[in-house]
Design a protein around this ligand. Structure first.
Ligand code: CTP
Length: 404
């Protein structure tokens, strides 16, 4: 999403300035072109040479430096950028923007620009709690700046509290969101992800290979596009995306309860979870010993969660998944009809580059109006956006009743 985007990174004088080197590397790796402006204090913490090398662009530090490559740098950089990121943003810099002060190259450029701008505050916890600073942050957020929350953790001043620079992947996610069309604003999206685990006894359970990657990608993409997202996840080994609500469950029955509680508020429901079809009728209280064997274990059917939502009259757009190993489209279409879905995302487990653990997927999107879109191999994150695009087009077809 950052491919070919032009990012101006503003760096101010706080200890977290050393992290800007990694931030540039991550932006460049994501395909962005990065130009850096440093305040004079920032150059005390990290050298312009380091950042010039990583960004492969000159680093601007001074309004009046005759040797700098830009003619009227503040205007040139303001016009050039697609977006600004200020990381770390000190209390001083935040106060200056909020008060309309432009007394160096960075603040003057910020006054001259009208592009999406992400502010990443980082400072000591007491400074962050300062009432004038809080007021200034509110001012920025209220005038269109996107202000990230500082992380809580160990600070450079040897205390633990709020004030750490947000983690670099989170800054990347936030910047991507800032550059993404907010076409899901006003929508409440419910996503399920991951496998369920059905316990046999205290040491064993039945599950499947689902990694949760596709569901998490969908939750993240919907959040980036402005939706309020509730993610209901089975146990996975990966960190969930930052969305409004994350509910962790273990079994299909727990997922069923959580989904039924949340689904009436959702305008879009995406069931990407790989729900275990069966569970042991009884979970043994003690470990089942080998000599007893498993022959006595009786399996019973789990509730079909998506079918239960499909049977409800009032519901939003309902999207399911079908992972098949044969007759992909016929099986998927049958599932969509049987469970009263609006759309189903079909993929073949046998295709190279598709399936549970992969970071890519090869999907075909089918909908109740006969639409069928076979997509080439792409990352699960890209696939998530294509699925959301299709959901929006479906909402148009469904008319006002299918809106929000
Ligand atoms: N699903 C569900 N609850 C279940 C089983 C499946 O909500 N107990 C949902 C999945 O989240 C998915 C869709 O139904 O969106 C299709 O899942 P799949 O396992 O392919 O469907 P099954 O009906 O179990 O069909 P199969 O016979 O292929 O196992």
């Amino acid at each position: 999403m950052l491919k070919n985007k032009k990012i101006v990174l503003g760096i101010t004088g706080g200890i977290a300035a050393y992290k800007s080197a990694e931030l540039i590397r991550v932006f460049v790796k994501a395909g962005a072109e990065v130009k850096v402006i440093m305040t004079r204090n920032a150059t005390e913490f990290i050298t312009p040479l380091t950042l010039r090398t990583l960004s492969r662009n000159p680093v601007a530090t001074d309004m009046f430096d005759a040797a700098q490559p830009y003619d009227m740098a503040h205007i040139a950089l303001a016009d050039w950028a697609d977006a600004f990121v200020i990381a770390p943003a000190t209390g001083n810099l935040i106060g200056k923007i909020a008060s309309g002060i432009a007394d160096d190259l960075l603040t003057t450029t910020l006054m001259a620009e009208n592009k999406p701008t992400l502010i990443c505050p980082a400072m000591n916890d007491k400074m962050l709690a300062n009432p004038f600073l809080r007021e200034n942050l509110r001012k920025l957020a209220g005038t269109g700046y996107r202000v990230m929350q500082s992380d809580v953790g160990e600070l450079a001043c040897n205390v633990t509290g709020a004030g750490r620079l947000p983690e670099i992947p989170e800054i990347l996610d936030e910047l991507e969101a800032l550059l993404t069309v907010q076409d899901f604003t006003g929508h409440k999206v419910l996503v399920t992800a991951g496998p369920t685990q059905e316990p046999l006894d205290p040491v064993r359970y039945i599950t499947n290979y689902s990694s949760g990657k596709m569901g998490y990608a969908l939750a993240k993409a919907a959040h980036q596009r402005g939706a309020k997202v509730t993610l209901i996840s089975g146990p996975t080994k990966i960190a969930p995306p930052k969305v409004e609500t994350v509910i962790f469950v273990r079994t299909a029955q727990e997922m069923h309860r959580a989904v039924m509680d949340a689904c009436s508020k959702a305008s879009v429901i995406i069931k990407a979870a790989a729900v275990a079809d069966y569970r042991p009728r009884v979970t043994a209280a003690e470990k089942i010993k080998k000599d007893r064997g498993l022959a006595g274990v009786e399996l019973v059917c789990n509730p079909d969660i998506i079918a239960a939502i499909g049977a409800k009259k009032k519901r939003g757009i309902l999207v399911g998944f079908a992972m098949e190993t044969q007759d992909l489209l016929d099986n998927a279409r049958r599932k969509m009809t049987r469970k009263n879905m609006d759309m189903i995302v079909a993929n073949n487990l046998c295709d190279k580059g598709a399936g549970f653990e992969a970071d890519t997927n090869i999907i075909t999107i089918l909908d109740r109006f006969g639409g069928c879109a076979a997509l080439e191999k792409m990352t699960k994150q890209e696939a998530a956006h294509r699925i959301l695009d299709h959901i929006l087009s479906l909402k148009m077809k469904k008319g006002p009743a299918g809106k929000k």
